[in-house]
Design a protein around this ligand. Structure first.
Ligand SMILES: Nc1nc2c(ncn2[C@@H]2O[C@H](COP(=O)(O)OP(=O)(O)OP(=O)(O)O)[C@@H](O)[C@H]2O)c(=O)[nH]1
Length: 254
């Protein structure tokens, strides 16, 4: 039995988002002060969970019952073994006429370790800076997208192939994957829940742009995000342009 007071505290900040493919449980907003190059910017942080990741789910509950049931499931659901994605929201996200969106795929090596083999760490921090300078926007951090959806272990194997001359696309294909197996469905449901007005997408990837538009994202515009180019990621970036068709007009590879 969960303490009623605990249920009351959490219930205010838990919502369910229903779609034809299932239900997401969204928790937030949570104040998150973030250090961006010495300046503190406060984001609103949301995290979500597909209902199927819980041990059991109970349909049709009233809010308080649902929240109590959810808390009861948590400790047995082994959520640390699964991936949970989240969103950092900035400014008047629902109301602002234009908002910048970054759909950022997790990159353990680039985002956490600062690896220079890719541009992911740079893109993560730069997009947060772009969103705060713009005044309104959201960064979706997609935790089940590692290695463009192949997973961290497979990405490690792909890196070994790349050391032997295979490019990013070839390495994925040689390991039996498609080049890009990412799904944006859950993130789009959360986005639609938080904002209905059009957005500007931060990306260099035309396939990401079309996939998101095809899934119903209300994208009005796109802004590029190239940078942190070095001898270590030159081939990776050239492969993006030459094999994956990335918009190259804003890119200068020295
Ligand atoms: N398979 C594989 N994935 C990689 C490699 N380097 C980085 N990644 C992954 O690529 C993903 C980053 O993709 P994005 O930053 O969305 O890049 P993008 O698809 O080019 O799109 P934009 O950055 O939006 O232009 C992350 O999940 C990384 O883990 C690699 O060499 N092989």
């Amino acid at each position: 039995m969960i303490d009623e007071k605990i249920v009351g505290i959490l219930d205010d900040r838990i919502e369910t988002i229903k779609s034809k493919n299932g239900t997401l449980i969204l928790v937030g907003p949570i104040q998150l002060p973030v250090n961006l190059e010495g300046e503190t910017h406060t984001f609103k942080w949301y995290c979500w969970l597909p209902c199927k990741d819980l041990v059991h789910t109970k349909g049709g509950c009233k809010n308080k019952e649902r929240t109590e049931f959810l808390i009861e499931q948590l400790s047995a659901s082994n959520l640390a073994e699964k991936q949970q994605s989240s969103a950092l929201v900035y400014g008047d996200f629902a109301g602002s006429p234009d908002a910048l969106i970054r759909m950022h795929s997790i990159c353990h090596t680039g985002d956490i370790f600062g690896s220079k083999r890719c541009d992911c760490g740079f893109q993560l921090h730069q997009s947060m800076k772009m969103i705060t300078s713009h005044g309104a926007g959201a960064l979706f951090y997609l935790a089940n997208h590692e290695g463009r959806g192949i997973g961290l272990f497979s990405k490690a194997m792909a890196y070994i192939l790349q050391e032997k001359g295979y490019d990013t696309v070839e390495a994925n294909l040689e390991l039996g994957f498609k080049d890009d197996v990412r799904s944006y469905e859950e993130a789009l449901l959360v986005l639609a829940h938080l904002r209905s007005k059009p957005v500007t997408l931060i990306t260099n990837n035309p396939r990401k742009l079309s996939a998101l538009k095809a899934s119903g994202m209300n994208v009005e515009d796109r802004v590029p995000l190239w940078g942190d180019i070095s001898e270590f990621n030159r081939k990776y970036l050239e492969t993006k342009v030459n094999r994956s068709g990335h918009f190259a007009e804003e890119l200068t590879i020295p």
